[in-house]
Design a protein around this ligand. Structure first.
Ligand code: GLY
Length: 391
């Protein structure tokens, strides 16, 4: 009898956070060079095949490449293997090019995600000043998106195109872009970046968090800066409650509190955290939107779960997480490392299954997501004692 033909390595079932983190390191080791050699960026994919994504790094929509570079820095901090730094450097020319000439106008607010998880992370990891310089340049371009009439950072569209549909639009996700600005003020001594972060946070607190502590995905402002109405691009509908947006608010306001000591930001983080926890069901990983109509597919969002775990860890580090929050964090992580969510197949580039991606308003799909993978690895890293210094 001939032996069975083995076509690919067998999936690994992780039982501990350490094993799950090691799997993240192994997949990151496989991912960085192909990402650097690809003419495209990577974002999400239904089968975890990230190279299938069509967008290029310099396109205005790119906000996801750095989730892979952030994983590279986490892997380097854990292993000390300089190969990770070498591979990360292969991607550097694109980050430089994105801040040059016209390219710097073809951007949106997610420069925070992109450059915190590349330039700031590498500057903090290596002390090399070129990473500091590029991070500061990105912070300047992000600061240029601030609209002083309304005290908010505009989310999308070129700033020199005032008549686009995106004029007057801010989104909750932007709370995660503010650490780049806080860092820039700390680094330069120029208070202007921090002031923009504070003014945007104050606006977000007032406009986005509803009285019942649920969160709008988006908000529109008049040309004179007056708040106009809630809006939606990612959740089910304008007055729905997008789970990932809730997670961005939890984590973004917790970090705002860390940088400013403003108790209103802590309150915003705690309120949205309690709201999130109150809406979880036995599956633990949330449905993608907490306000689905009956008959809608209740897709889960593993990425919202991973981001929420990081937010609770941040509150824990600040000494502000209560017992219920800490219990929820442990349960979320236990669920995410189970084979229902974590893909142990080393051939698959993606880590977390069942992340939510939109296919138009109200149309969710289940996929592997770069951001879910990154925040999952960050959450595991935090539990293992790896210092997260770039936010
Ligand atoms: N920042 C976009 C998203 O969370 O899908």
């Amino acid at each position: 009898m001939s032996p069975p033909v083995i076509t690919e390595p067998s999936p690994k079932v992780t039982t501990t956070l350490r094993e799950a983190f090691d799997l993240c390191v192994a997949k990151t080791r496989n991912n960085l060079v192909p990402l650097a050699n690809s003419s495209r960026t990577w974002a999400f994919d239904v089968d975890g095949d990230y190279p299938a994504w069509e967008e290029r790094f310099l396109e205005i929509g790119n906000w996801t490449t750095s989730f892979f570079t952030g994983m590279g820095v986490l892997a380097w901090l854990d292993t000390g293997d300089k190969q990770f730094l070498h591979d990360l450097a292969l991607i550097e020319p694109r980050y430089i090019a994105k801040m040059e000439g016209e390219n710097a106008k073809e951007t949106m607010h997610d420069l925070g995600f992109l450059y915190s998880l590349y330039s700031v992370a590498l500057y903090k990891a290596t002390g090399e000043s070129r990473h500091r310089d590029l991070g500061l340049r990105a912070a300047q371009v992000l600061a240029d998106r601030f609209v002083p009439e309304g005290d908010y950072i505009r989310a999308w569209g070129r700033m020199d195109e005032p008549d686009t549909h995106y004029a007057g639009l801010a989104i909750i996700d932007c709370m995660m872009n503010l650490p780049l600005l806080y860092w820039a003020s700390e680094e330069t001594g120029d208070p202007r970046f921090k002031e923009i972060a504070i003014r945007h946070s104050n606006t977000t607190m007032k406009a986005f968090i509803r009285n019942d502590d649920s969160v709008y995905h988006a908000y529109r402002f008049d040309p004179d800066g007056q708040p106009k109405c809630g809006d939606n691009y990612c959740g089910n509908f304008v007055e729905s409650h997008w789970a990932r947006g809730n997670s961005w608010a939890m984590y973004g306001f917790a970090m705002g509190y860390r940088y400013t000591g403003d108790p209103r930001y802590l309150d915003a983080s705690l309120r949205t955290t309690r709201k999130f926890i109150s809406l979880l069901d036995d599956e633990v990983v949330p449905v993608w939107d907490f306000r689905l109509e009956s008959g809608m597919e209740p897709y889960r969002d593993s990425s919202a779960a991973a981001i929420a775990a990081c937010a609770i860890q941040e509150l824990e580090t600040l000494g502000k997480a209560d017992v219920d929050m800490i219990r929820t964090k442990k349960t979320l992580l236990a669920r995410l490392i189970s084979p229902d969510y974590l893909d142990g197949n080393p051939v698959c580039r993606g880590l977390l299954k069942q992340g939510e991606i939109g296919d138009g308003v109200g149309k969710a799909k289940s996929a592997y997501t770069s951001w879910g993978d990154y925040y999952f690895m960050e959450a595991l890293g935090r539990e293992l004692g790896i210092p997260i210094t770039w936010w």
